[in-house]
Write a protein that binds this ligand. Structure first.
Ligand SMILES: C[S@@+](CC[C@H](N)C(=O)[O-])C[C@H]1O[C@@H](n2cnc3c(N)ncnc32)[C@H](O)[C@@H]1O
Length: 178
C-alpha cells in the first residue's frame, strides 16, 4: 500500500501526499549527528528510516509507527530494530534513557493530527527533552513557521529548507535550554 493510499484511508494521521524525498531524509538524518540513540517517530513508508540506518549503522535505532500495516512492513525490513507499533507518546513516556544523548527524528504531521493526539504527543516530547537535557528533536514541517508551539525553556532552530520534496519542507530542531 502506498503512502497516498494511507493518506486516503487516514488523512489526518498520514499528513503527506508522498514519502519524504531522499533530500529531506538526508537533511533529517544529518540533524541527528552525534546521537547515542535515535528514536524515529511516524516512520511511515521508511524513507527516513532507510537513510538513518545507512548513515548510522552503529547507533541504536528505535522506530515508532501508529498504523499497523506500515509498522509491520518496517519490522520485516529492519529485523534487528525495535519497531513500536503504537502512538509516539506511549513509547516516549515509558522510555528511560537518562544520561544518553537521544535524538528524536519525527515526521509526525503535527498540523493535521487530531487535537488530543497532538497535545498528548507534544507534551510527551517536551517532558522527554526536559528529562534528558542534551537530547533534541528533529522535526520537519511544510509550514513557514516552527512545527508546533514550544514553551518557555525550549528553543526552536530552523536548520535547513529542502525544496526537493513534495511539498518543500523546513527541518527544525527543538532543545530544552533552561
Ligand atoms: C508524513 S507521514 C510519514 C513520513 C515518512 N517519513 C515517509 O516518508 O513515509 C507521517 C506518519 O506518522 C504516523 N503517525 C501519525 N500519528 C502518529 C502517532 N501519534 N504516533 C506514531 N505515528 C504516528 C502516520 O501513520 C504516518 O505514517
Amino acid at each position: 500500500m502506498t503512502l497516498l493510499a494511507h493518506l486516503i484511508k487516514a488523512p489526518a494521521l498520514t499528513g503527506a501526499v508522498a514519502p519524504s524525498s531522499q533530500f529531506l531524509a538526508k537533511a533529517m538524518a544529518d540533524a541527528a549527528q552525534g546521537a547515542a540513540h535515535i528514536i524515529e517517530l511516524g516512520a511511515g513508508t521508511g524513507a527516513v528510516t532507510r537513510v538513518l540506518a545507512r548513515q548510522y549503522p552503529d547507533t541504536r535505532l528505535t522506530v515508532v509507527e501508529l498504523q499497523s500495516a506500515l509498522a509491520g512492513k518496517l519490522a520485516r525490513t529492519y529485523p534487528g530494530t525495535l519497531v513500536h507499533a503504537g502512538p509516539a507518546a506511549e513509547l516516549l513516556d515509558q522510555l528511560n534513557d537518562e544520561g544518553l544523548r537521544v535524538v528524536i527524528v519525527s515526521s509526525l504531521p503535527f498540523r493535521s493530527m487530531p487535537t488530543v493526539a497532538r497535545v498528548e504527543t507534544r507534551n510527551s516530547i517536551l517532558q522527554f527533552l526536559r528529562r534528558n537535557p542534551g537530547s533534541w528533536l528533529v522535526q520537519f514541517t511544510y509550514q513557514p513557521r516552527a512545527p508546533f508551539a514550544g514553551e518557555q525553556g525550549f528553543t526552536w532552530k530552523r536548520k535547513r529548507t529542502v525544496v526537493a520534496n513534495i511539498p518543500p519542507a523546513g527541518v527544525w530542531t527543538l532543545r530544552a535550554t533552561a
